[in-house]
Design a binder for this molecule. Structure first.
Ligand SMILES: C[S@@+](CC[C@H](N)C(=O)[O-])C[C@H]1O[C@@H](n2cnc3c(N)ncnc32)[C@H](O)[C@@H]1O
Length: 249
């Protein structure tokens, strides 16, 4: 049985936007930077692609770009394959664990860019630095990694931490009042569709027993990128504790 993949992806985007106030602006900022760096035809890796949100925006904005999209979740990858089926000649999906040492063996060639949104914080900081070292090796010479994700304030930044938490709370209240699903409700809805339901157990196995990482700050992120060998690092976009962080090989 087929399922309404594009509608599920749209509901996913609304759900994610409840947790990330300026998610669309954050995507646009990354796309604008990629356009300045590479024009249109380039190879980009979407790490932790989920149901295909970032990949879809890349495919639409850059008609000659080629995407390699990686995720560990078989359910979300299946949804992404269906939602982005019209672009199948320009996107390759890879089922891999980016916290594992050998995941990059499956990546074809050297991408000019690596992007990721709201995914790398799922890894422990020590796994992140290994991932960044792998990416620094994998990228084409001069290539860029751009990670769009929350980088949380610590107790050393109490005013900004309070503002970010207040803003998150307000954004969620408003989004849910307007009908956005929360994380659990979105999965409950997705699991009504048999092709996705069939992957529920595999999904649970993939993620069971993984430690919950503690949040990292922007200072930690920049240090991890430096430590991993990126030659230039910095912040391309920020709103409170939400960032697009770049590292150039
Ligand atoms: C919050 S979702 C974000 C999905 C998408 N990038 C977006 O912005 O909508 C986090 C994604 O990271 C993926 N992920 C988490 N840990 C992973 C790992 N170790 N390897 C590969 N993907 C992982 C999850 O399966 C999920 O799809």
């Amino acid at each position: 049985m087929t399922f309404p993949a594009r509608e599920l992806l749209a509901d996913w985007d609304a759900q994610q936007s409840a947790y990330i106030a300026h998610r669309e602006a954050r995507f646009t900022a990354v796309l604008d930077v990629l356009a300045m760096l590479y024009g249109d035809g380039f190879h980009v890796l979407d790490l932790g692609c989920g149901p295909g949100s970032f990949s879809l925006r890349l495919l639409e904005r850059f008609p000659n770009a080629r995407i390699t999209a990686v995720d560990l979740d078989p359910l979300l990858l299946t949804l992404a394959r269906h939602a982005l089926v019209e672009y199948r000649e320009r996107i390759q999906f890879i089922h891999a664990d980016i916290a594992a040492p050998d995941w990059s063996a499956a990546i074809p060639g050297a991408p000019q860019a690596v992007v990721s949104s709201t995914a790398i914080h799922w890894l422990l900081p020590e796994q992140q630095v290994v991932l960044y070292r792998t990416l620094a090796g994998l990228l084409d010479d001069g290539g860029v990694l751009i990670n769009a994700d929350h980088q949380r304030f610590t107790s050393r930044h109490p005013r900004q931490k309070a503002l970010a938490e207040q803003h998150d709370h307000h954004t969620q209240q408003q989004a849910f009042a307007q009908g956005a699903l929360d994380w659990d409700a979105w999965f409950t809805q997705a699991l009504r569709w048999p092709p996705l339901k069939a992957l529920q157990q595999a999904r649970e196995q993939r993620f069971s027993g993984r430690p919950a990482p503690f949040p990292t700050s922007i200072a930690v992120q920049l240090a991890l990128l430096d430590q991993a060998g990126f030659s230039e690092t910095g912040t391309l976009w920020q709103f409170l504790d939400d960032y697009a962080v770049a590292g150039w090989k």
